[in-house]
Design a binder for this molecule. Structure first.
Ligand SMILES: [Zn+2]
Length: 443
């Protein structure tokens, strides 16, 4: 029995995809993300998938498998809190990009929300820790589950919970009565409501009713800021109103998903089929599924010209102001449905877009680590803590070559990723990417 176990351990260790009961990082600079600081040359001991201790000059127990962190930096794994990932290959793309937590914000089937989520979270399938939101709408035009009455709304909360969804995603065309019943029942059953502006309700009332998160920053265009003038439909809101939006979000303790890169990418392709062709020819597009390639090529944005440039610029100022005011921002990559957004890669693009908007590396990295951890701790009862490198938290860790608070680009090329205590070294991550590219190669 012992021999069989040892052989298995060696096999998984050789594959670079291992979970020892106890494993230690030695001599590593820790960027814990609890506050802006570095713990130099520490020993981080991980036991049963959780961070057990962080010690200076501490020696791991004899015989503990060790990852030498000399000269490297250990940060919390990244969180992609808005995507539409449903396949194993896309889960590999996320993990290879250092994403250790994801939230599917629509199109997660019950089998993904149940079976796949459980298998990944138990470590049987490689991928980030999975959370899912069941999207509900008032009409079928966007393909979401339709609920029309308060009774439907109350019933769907229990159905979502029973099927393993952690959230209900409210979509644009819900009726006011259905939204009210949804928000109320969600409170009773202890499940979070997240999502879009609901046209019949508006963000101010939605947050007051307990909606925990706004799924994209641009929802404020549709559901909070005054309507643009009829002769200039893409005019940006007045910057003077930013303070009101910030006050609203802070009054309700809500979270906002930053989607600067998503919005900029949408803006770039309106009326421009050549831009979508360029997305399909980009290096990371070789990792796309054949179905997504077809969907990108056929997508609707390229068919009509809309100039969103002033709104794109406004959004950058708005996100920077929210970050400075202490609004908890969380990052989302929104892949793979929108052309130009490849799972995992688009999350790094979002971090880059936040930096380009003037956020400090600390602010941007907080949105990708600590804030998502706080969001889940607040909204999903019983979920393990994550997002900070500290004892008692999930061992979701990223080992990188430089200090990301000085050189955030180091996050793009992880030396290794640990998810729930399972270690994937750089060679294993590259092999995962290669396998996905091979399986999905265009003949
Ligand atoms: Zn989305």
């Amino acid at each position: 029995m012992l021999r069989a176990f040892l052989t298995l351990w060696l096999l998984v260790a050789c594959a670079g995809f291992a979970r020892a009961e106890t494993i230690a990082f030695t001599d590593v600079n820790v960027v814990p993300m609890d506050r802006e600081r570095v713990i130099p040359r520490a020993t981080v001991i991980v036991t049963d998938g959780m961070i057990a201790s962080i010690g200076i000059k501490a020696k791991p127990p004899a015989g503990t498998p060790v990852i030498d962190g000399k000269g490297a930096w250990l940060v919390p794994g990244l969180a992609d809190m808005h995507n539409h990932v449903t396949s194993r290959d896309d889960l590999s793309l996320l993990l290879a990009n250092g994403v250790t937590t994801m939230l599917n914000m629509g199109e997660a089937t019950n089998s993904f929300a149940g079976r796949t989520r459980i298998a990944v979270n138990e470590g049987k399938v490689p991928g980030p820790q999975i959370f899912t939101a069941l999207a509900v709408d008032g009409d079928p035009q966007y393909g979401h589950l339709v609920i029309r009455t308060p009774e439907d709304a109350r019933a769907v909360v229990g159905i979502a919970k029973a099927n393993g969804y952690s959230f209900i995603k409210a979509y644009t065309n819900l009726s006011a009565e259905a939204f009210a019943a949804l928000a109320d029942e969600a409170k009773v059953q202890g499940i979070g409501v997240v999502g879009h502006n609901v046209k019949a309700v508006g963000l101010a009332e939605q947050l007051a009713a307990g909606q925990a998160m706004v799924a994209h920053v641009e929802e404020f265009f549709y559901g909070f800021f005054p309507e643009p003038p009829a002769d200039d439909q893409q005019a940006p809101p007045d910057d003077a109103r930013i303070a009101d939006a910030i006050a609203l979000v802070k009054a309700h303790g809500a979270f906002v998903t930053s989607d600067l890169f998503t919005y900029r990418t949408i803006a770039a392709q309106f009326g421009k089929p050549e831009v979508v062709k360029a997305y399909l020819a980009a290096p990371e597009a070789r990792y796309l599924s054949p179905a997504d390639r077809i969907d990108w090529a056929r997508s609707g944005y390229q068919k009509k010209a809309v100039d969103l440039s002033r709104r794109v610029a406004f959004e950058a100022r708005f996100v920077k102001a929210m970050a400075d005011a202490g609004v908890p921002l969380i990052t989302g990559g929104d892949a793979p449905t929108i052309p130009g957004l490849v799972p995992g890669f688009s999350l790094h693009s979002e971090i880059e877009a936040m930096l380009a908007a003037g956020l400090t590396p600390w602010q941007a990295l907080s949105a990708a680590t600590r804030a998502p951890g706080e969001f889940i701790a607040k909204t999903v009862p019983g979920a393990a803590k994550f997002g900070v490198v500290t004892p008692g938290y999930r061992a979701d860790l990223l080992l990188v070559a430089d200090n990301p608070l000085d050189q955030p680009a180091t996050l793009l090329t992880p030396l290794g990723v640990m998810v729930g205590g399972r270690w994937h070294d750089a060679a294993n991550l590259q092999a995962m990417l290669n396998e996905v590219a091979e399986r999905r190669a265009v003949p």
